[in-house]
Design a protein around this ligand. Structure first.
Ligand SMILES: NC(=O)c1ccc[n+]([C@@H]2O[C@H](COP(=O)([O-])OP(=O)(O)OC[C@H]3O[C@@H](n4cnc5c(N)ncnc54)[C@H](OP(=O)(O)O)[C@@H]3O)[C@@H](O)[C@H]2O)c1
Length: 300
């Protein structure tokens, strides 16, 4: 099977590249090689490669930067027009389209631990979430055969993420206190496990909109505490409310997604969040601490 993968230098895309290569023939153009906002470039690339499946891990992912009005045009191009170009191309060249969306398409007002299901109505409360909801519509309207994957709270070896941010702050503030949100709740999800799940969904010819996160849930504070304990980092955590935490974009409080369709189709291989995070930190914790220390030294 031939896969055309966009965003392969990003956090999720790089793990998809590694996992897909084990079984698929993968073509992974970089941003420089194919800019997804350029229709001609996307179509030419599809014509050249004729993939069975297009997987889109590309996107503008900084939730706070999305609130910057000066960037509206560009963010809309990357997060909505790019996926639309691919979806139109997928119709023309009869490829399946796999697109990554987000828990931030929901308003997060459900009372935890009630999860969001695939057929709950999107109601984003920040610009990033709105672009992801619009990207979903662009896929549904244009791609005859698609998988939309809503996920959230991703961490991995590459790119910026919560795990790295906690390690970085702990290295910077040894024996001090870090303030972490106690009332936002979701499911920490390792990009490597998500990539394996996506591979299985492609092989099983799944289609439609799926929720895909690790099993179980926790608050941001519990997520941070797990990292601190596992890596024996010498900092204390101080809880605060999401509404008090200084961030540009509003975020949903409840980010729990139920993998209901995956379970109904007997495809769910997502592990428990604690087991997976434990494995990730066991494998890469020391490396991430070393990297954070080196970056800090360079800054000084
Ligand atoms: N991170 C999360 O917690 C999270 C949660 C839910 C959903 N998601 C979704 O999951 C997907 C992957 O997220 P991620 O965190 O892995 O992203 P990421 O690390 O920020 O990577 C984004 C990728 O997109 C590429 N890209 C950006 N603009 C492009 C363009 N115009 N043309 C071609 N490529 C372009 C980037 O390449 P360059 O770096 O070379 O520009 C990079 O490879 C996104 O759709 C995101 O919305 C993420």
């Amino acid at each position: 099977m031939k896969i055309l993968l966009y965003g392969s230098t990003g956090m999720l895309g790089s793990d998809c590249l590694e996992v897909f290569k084990e079984e698929f023939d993968v073509v992974a153009p970089t941003h420089k090689e194919v800019d997804i906002i350029k229709w001609d470039s996307v179509i030419e690339n599809l014509q050249k490669n004729r993939p069975d499946v297009i997987v889109n891990c590309a996107g503008f992912t900084s939730v706070d930067e999305c609130e910057n009005e000066d960037l509206d045009f560009m963010i809309n191009k990357v997060n909505v027009e790019g996926p639309r170009n691919m979806a139109q191309g997928s119709a023309r060249f009869e490829s399946k389209m796999v697109h990554i969306s987000s828990d931030y398409v929901f308003n997060g007002k459900k009372m935890p631990p009630q999860p969001y299901f695939e057929d709950d109505p999107p109601d984003p409360i920040c610009k990033y979430g709105r672009t992801k909801a619009e990207s979903e519509a662009a896929i549904r309207d244009n791609a005859p055969d698609y998988i939309i994957i809503r996920t959230g709270w991703l961490y991995g070896l590459r790119g910026k993420n919560f795990v790295k941010s906690i390690i970085k702050q702990a290295v910077k503030n040894r024996r001090k206190t870090l303030t972490v949100v106690e009332d936002q709740i979701g499911s920490p999800t390792w990009t490597y496990s998500l990539a394996k799940q996506i591979k299985l969904m492609i092989k099983s010819d799944a289609n439609g909109t799926y929720h895909v996160t690790s099993e179980g849930y926790c608050t941001r504070l519990e997520f941070a505490q797990f990292i601190i304990d596992k890596l024996n980092l010498k900092v204390k955590l101080k809880p605060c409310k999401l509404s008090e935490y200084p961030q540009k974009a509003r975020r949903p409080l409840n980010c729990i997604l139920e993998n209901r369709l995956l379970k109904q189709h007997d495809l769910n291989i997502m592990p428990d969040w604690k087991e997976d995070l434990d494995l990730f930190l066991e494998k890469y914790g020391d490396l991430l601490i070393k990297e954070a220390k080196e970056k800090r030294k360079k800054k000084k």
